[in-house]
Design a binder for this molecule. Structure first.
Ligand code: SAM
Length: 247
C-alpha cells in the first residue's frame, strides 16, 4: 500500500515537472537493425524481465490489446526475448501466437524463455525481418510490436508488408517511444542508461539511444499516409505512442 502511494506520488511529481519542460525537436539518430551481441541480448533479457517500466509497458499494452479483441493468429514482430508473447499467451488463451525477430540470438533467448515456462506448444518462433515477413499474403489476423519500430529502417515498407500479410479485417497494434517527447524524459532515460543499466547496455547506450532513434508522431502519421491502410490511428502519450490500424 505504502509502496503504491510513494510510487504514485513520484510519478505525479515526474509528470508535473515533465510538462514544464519543452518538447524536444531533435534530429533522429540512426538505429542498428537487430540486437545480436550475446552480452546485449542477455542484458536486455534481464532488464526486460525485471525492471518495472518494462513490466508496466507490457501491462499497458495488453490492456490496449484487449480493446481490439484479437482472434486467430497473432504475430509479435521484433519479439525480443519473448516476454510480451508470454503475457499475451496467458491472457488470450484462444490465440495462436508466433514471435518473429530479425536477430537469431533473440529468437534463441525467446525459445529458451518460452520453453522454461512450458509454453512451447502454444508459441512458435521464427527469424524474420519486418520488411519481408516469412508469411503468405492475407494469412494473419493480428500483428503486434513493442519497442521495435525505432529499429525499422524503412517504416513505410514495413507498413506495406504488414498490410500484405494481414487478412482483410486483420489489425495491427504497435507501441514505441516518440522522439518528440519532453526534456525530462530524455534526462530520465539518459540517467537509466548511464547510471543504472548494466555495462553491455551502457556500451550500446540503451535505452537512451532507442529514444533518440524513435520516430515522431508526425513521422509515423506520414508513414501511415503512405500505406494502403484506410483505417489507422496514432494515439500519442507522454513519451510513447500506440499505433493501431485495420486492413
Ligand atoms: C528493443 S527490442 C524490443 C523487444 C520486445 N518487443 C520488447 O518489447 O521487449 C527490439 C527488437 O526488435 C528486433 N528487430 C529490429 N529490427 C527488426 C526488423 N527489421 N525485423 C524484425 N525484428 C527487428 C531486435 O532484434 C530486437 O529484438
Amino acid at each position: 500500500m505504502i509502496f503504491w502511494f510513494i510510487a504514485g506520488f513520484l510519478l505525479l511529481v515526474f509528470l508535473l515537472l515533465n510538462v514544464m519542460c519543452r518538447r524536444q525537436v531533435v534530429p533522429r539518430k540512426l538505429s542498428f537493425e537487430g540486437i545480436e551481441p550475446p552480452g546485449a541480448v542477455q542484458a536486455f533479457d534481464t532488464f526486460s524481465r525485471l525492471l518495472p517500466p518494462f513490466r508496466i509497458l507490457r501491462l499497458l499494452f495488453s490492456r490496449e490489446l484487449k480493446r481490439y479483441s484479437p482472434q486467430g493468429t497473432l504475430v509479435d514482430a521484433g519479439c525480443g526475448p519473448g516476454y510480451l508473447i508470454l503475457l499475451i499467451a496467458r491472457q488470450f488463451p484462444h490465440l495462436r501466437i508466433i514471435g518473429v525477430d530479425i536477430a537469431q540470438s533473440m529468437v534463441n533467448a525467446a525459445t529458451h524463455n518460452i520453453a522454461v515456462r512450458g509454453l512451447t506448444e502454444r508459441i512458435d518462433l521464427r527469424q524474420g525481418d519486418i520488411h519481408k515477413l516469412p508469411f503468405k499474403a492475407k494469412s494473419l489476423d493480428f500483428i503486434v510490436s513493442t519497442l521495435a519500430l525505432h529499429h525499422w529502417e524503412r517504416p513505410s515498407k514495413a507498413f506495406r508488408e504488414i498490410y500484405r500479410v494481414l487478412k482483410p479485417g486483420g489489425q495491427f497494434l504497435i507501441f514505441d517511444f516518440r522522439r518528440d517527447t519532453r526534456g525530462l524524459v530524455y534526462w530520465f532515460l539518459w540517467f537509466i542508461t548511464n547510471r543504472i543499466a548494466p555495462k553491455p547496455l551502457r556500451q550500446v547506450q540503451e535505452p537512451f539511444s532507442s529514444l533518440q532513434s524513435a520516430y515522431t508522431v508526425a513521422e509515423v502519421q506520414d508513414f501511415l499516409q503512405d500505406s494502403p491502410f484506410h483505417y489507422r490511428v496514432v494515439k500519442p502519450s507522454v513519451a510513447w505512442m500506440f499505433v493501431h490500424g485495420k486492413r
